[in-house]
Design a protein around this ligand. Sequence first.
Ligand code: GLY
Ligand code: MN
Length: 473
Amino acid sequence: MFDKIIYTNRRNQLKKTLGSGLALFLGNVDAPFNYPANQYHFRQDSSFLYFFGLDHPGFAAIIDVDNNKEIIFGNDVDMDDIIWMGKQPSVKDMAKEVGVSDSEPMKMLSNYIDKAKKSGQTIHFLPPYRGETILTLSELLHLTPEELKRSASVELIKAVIKQREIKDNLEIAEIEKAMFTAYMMHTTSMKMAQPGMIEQEIAGTIEGISLAMGGPVSFPIILSVDGQTLHNHNHHNILQKGRMMVTDAGSESALHYASDITRTVPVGGKFNTRQAEIYQIVLDANLNVINSVAPGIPYKEMHFLAARTIVDGLKEVGLMKGNTEDAVQAGAHTLFLPHGLGHMMGLDVHDMEGLGEDYVGYDETVKRSDEFGTAYLRLAKPLKPGFVITDEPGIYFIPALIDKFKAEGKFTDFVNYSKLESYKDFGGIRIEDDLLVTETGCKVLGKPIPKTIQEIEQTMAEPREWIKKESFI
Ligand code: GLY
Ligand code: MN
């Protein structure tokens, strides 16, 4: 974990923003997958990690702003636990490590909350996203799960986002570690993308690289020659020449900061003309965004910059036609790019999405669109230095969507449907980088992962790199 002063400063900042009341944070508990003792790998709640650093199940904490008190609630292990899990520090010692001097057994939490309620204190809590947390909160606050949903504190949500959205140097250093793991995962995936391989062989290998380098994957790996399915978690296809393989994968650092990278490569290592043409358009969109990102620019503008680049490129290859601006205004690009340009990234790969995407990605200056495609844009608000964001344009040929739009007579002024027929077996291409917004522009994080056509072809022709001990995180 970070030094305790980091957590103390974060909590002090939160107290200042809230001004009054009591903030209640529930850490995560172990979650079983098929019987009670067989559990998923533990993942702490990211806001709990941010303010209290403790990466263990079964903790809760309060920041009582009115009474200037911070308490961590948790139970010390007993002999049974020690036999099965090994020796653990006491809750008191763990609390001290993150700068909290008061700790109490878990059973004292309900007393504290009851007293606070009786004395008229406002109890702030974040929206729960796990069943166990909903049950605990429900019992503590005497609210039904439905009432809980409506009662999460908007004040606390906004205060937490205001802090977590700006990454400091220590956090960037953690993200860089996760980026290095992503470099190893993606260069390996490229080199393995040879005809005859099964997707699962590659997906399993790169998930293993993440684990071997010290952290789990930051989300289930998306790896497929059916890249037109945006979140494709099936890995059963056998790779064949002529297809493109999308790998969308990232890792978590030891302190749980994420990376999230996508690369798309031709099976066998050489782009054919059709693949190179479409690939270059997506790359131009990705690069135009990198060259244009700056503080103050709404990310929605960057989304539309990528959309215009894609329309321009598709016009050149004869798949679109007409005036680019009009095509984007009409939403014709959404046939090829039906998702948003990107999202925040940090302790969560879609950072803070559990707090409410509109609070994270939108503000009073920009409201979510309800138009097809654009509605999926997770980040639209003006950028600030310290934001870490993804830049992930794509072009997808989704046969069902092409057929639907064609049958509805949609965008006939802008789409060349007859030529598009021959692209229905193409799949999809997405290119994703993680950017740090700086005072003057942005920095692409991580060791550069091959991205141009030439770099990819060269990398795919080289032997596989093996993990060296010194690169462990
Ligand atoms: N990398 C997966 C996503 O951003 O949705
Ligand atoms: Mn992403």
